[in-house]
Design a protein around this ligand. Structure first.
Ligand code: C5P
Length: 208
């Protein structure tokens, strides 16, 4: 059985990580970014000269903690490859127990795509964090390129990239991205990180 788990799901660049880290801090819980697991599998596959479409189960079974600490996991080729390996049922199965172990006993804040639906279906708090693809593309860009405006064709390309990842994540057969029936959905368009955090805390106060 799991401890007090706060599940934070949603599409790419919606602000899950920012919220999850703030909640982990506020409630003194460990934080697990499950996207890093899929990114690390993708990195191993690419480094081995394989295609992410090919079977990646072995890479998932061989993951070691250091793989999640590499500094080349948040690059565009890994964004794309991670969502491709993540569609393979054998990869998801290989990573499932690792995620569950993390939430056992003391509890945790866990962010991903299927945390409230598959990994911790009994979590007492499930948040689904979303935002329009335009806002998410701009937020992601601003994290990486401080001071440079995203506009015109570059903005269109960034939106298209985020939407193709959303489509892969939402339309796969196994553990697709979707809110759990009992999740609180927060659309963060027009909200500051502090406002999202406050809304989540108000909700958690009712569920503890
Ligand atoms: O959250 P992040 O963007 O780092 O995740 C990278 C990719 O890993 C996602 O696009 C998704 O395909 C996959 N993922 C997943 N299930 C999770 C977390 C991430 O399928 N729980």
């Amino acid at each position: 059985t799991a401890g007090f788990v706060i599940a934070v799901d949603g599409p790419a660049a919606a602000g899950k990580g920012t919220l999850a880290r703030a909640l982990a801090d506020a409630y003194s819980l460990p934080y697990l970014d499950t996207g890093l697991l899929y990114r690390a599998v993708a990195r191993r596959v690419l480094d081995a000269g394989l295609r992410p479409e090919d079977a990646a189960e072995e890479a998932a079974l061989r993951l070691v903690p250091e793989d999640m600490q590499r500094n080349d996991l948040r690059v565009p080729e890994v964004d794309r490859a991670a969502s491709i390996v993540a569609a393979q049922p054998a990869v998801r199965a290989a990573l499932l127990e690792r995620q569950r172990v993390f939430g056992r006993e003391g509890g945790a804040v866990v962010d991903g795509r299927d945390i409230g639906t598959v990994v911790f279906p009994d979590a007492p708090v499930k948040l689904f964090i979303t935002a329009s693809s335009q806002i998410r593309a701009m937020r992601r860009h601003n994290q990486l390129n401080v001071g440079v405006e995203l506009e015109g064709a570059a903005l269109e390309a960034a939106i298209a990239e985020i939407e193709s990842r959303d489509t892969r994540d939402s339309q796969r057969d196994v553990a697709p991205l979707c809110p759990a029936d009992d999740a609180l959905t927060i659309n963060t368009d027009g909200m500051s990180a502090a406002e999202v955090f406050q809304k989540a805390c108000d909700y958690i106060a009712l569920r503890r």
